[in-house]
Design a binder for this molecule. Structure first.
Ligand SMILES: Cc1cc2nc3c(=O)[nH]c(=O)nc-3n(C[C@H](O)[C@H](O)[C@H](O)COP(=O)(O)OP(=O)(O)OC[C@H]3O[C@@H](n4cnc5c(N)ncnc54)[C@H](O)[C@@H]3O)c2cc1C
Length: 96
């Protein structure tokens, strides 16, 4: 891997979760960052983003093996949840 493979300490991936300039090496979730014109800083390191990566990766792995077209990552913002205390969750559902 070269220096341009990393942004900060995250691995740069393309819209198909492939590590930059590779075909069959995938990276997802907090270790990876998909930078695009729409998202120049990449997606935030949040559970909702990571869950959606987790659903896409198996499909793309299978598609690669079967030589089918890979699916681009399309993030759907479902809101954000955080806990401020053991019994105090805070939820932002502005996009519902
Ligand atoms: C303190 C804190 C609070 C957060 N709060 C929120 C929140 O309120 N809402 C929200 O949406 N997101 C929150 N996040 C972010 C969210 O937790 C992460 O985005 C998400 O968990 C990332 O998933 P991941 O699979 O990349 O990493 P992780 O969930 O960290 O999973 C990585 C796994 O790999 C294992 N691992 C590490 N090294 C090795 C190794 N060498 N060999 C084998 N296994 C290994 C670890 O034990 C761990 O189980 C928070 C994160 C932190 C740190």
């Amino acid at each position: 891997m070269t220096e341009e493979t990393f942004v900060g300490n995250r691995i740069v991936i393309n819209e198909f979760n492939q590590v930059l300039n590779t075909r069959s090496i995938f990276a997802i979730r907090d270790v990876a960052s998909y930078i695009s014109k729409e998202n120049p800083k990449g997606f935030p390191m949040l559970a909702t983003v990571e869950q959606q990566y987790g659903k896409q990766l198996p499909n793309n792995s299978i598609n690669l093996i079967k030589e089918k077209a890979l699916q681009s990552f399309a993030y759907k913002d479902k809101g954000t949840m955080a806990t401020t205390d053991r019994r105090k969750p805070v939820v932002n559902l502005t996009n519902w």
